[in-house]
Design a binder for this molecule. Sequence first.
Ligand SMILES: Nc1ncnc2c1ncn2[C@@H]1O[C@H](COP(=O)(O)OP(=O)(O)OP(=O)(O)O)[C@@H](O)[C@H]1O
Ligand SMILES: [Mg+2]
Length: 203
Amino acid sequence: MRQGLFITLEGVDGVGKTTQALLLKKCLEQRGHEVLHTFEPGGTNLGGQIRQLLLNPEHEELHSMTEILLYAADRAQHVFETVLPALRDGQTVVCERFIDSSIAYQGYGLGLDIEAIRTINHWASGGLVPDLTIYLDADPAESLTKTKGDRIEQRTLDYYAKVRKGFLSIAQGEPERVKVISAVGSIEEVASRVVEVLGGICP
Ligand SMILES: Nc1ncnc2c1ncn2[C@@H]1O[C@H](COP(=O)(O)OP(=O)(O)OP(=O)(O)O)[C@@H](O)[C@H]1O
Ligand SMILES: [Mg+2]
């Protein structure tokens, strides 16, 4: 049985997920939570190797099906090794990226079977669903200027426009779980928007 809160942060590359996750962790700790900050892909030792496979730009031959399955494999390891034990221990888990990223990037972005991606990931994560997902929204053309250009980040702006649309569609379909926050503005401005949506779920 899980007891802790599971909060995920989503958004395109460079939008500010890590920055906001660290501030969110501080805020939650001030409210008395014990917080684990983690991320996908690569939140475990084994996952680090899967992350290398996924993001190394030299891996041009990596098939889109393999891409889906590697993200799901990383997620399974992360959920069962790290996330679930922390939740069972009563910790609040703040995780950068989760199933919504697979649906947005491989489903909407690459135009692959969204229902299949949902099913595979639901199974791979033992049916774990976040209590709250904060989607940081910004124009990918802006966010991508802040990244180093890994295998995924080298995709076109057309691709990223589809990914953004994907995140917004997910949010529209699940408004109770997924809160859309504008990532435009200073780090402090965005952080205050994050704290605002937190009010509803986390006293
Ligand atoms: N609101 C902001 N305004 C200006 N710069 C920002 C803002 N938020 C984050 N940054 C800066 O943008 C860069 C990318 O931010 P960050 O690493 O938090 O994004 P990310 O979404 O975690 O990226 P990635 O997808 O690559 O992990 C960092 O250098 C960070 O300091
Ligand atoms: Mg990050």
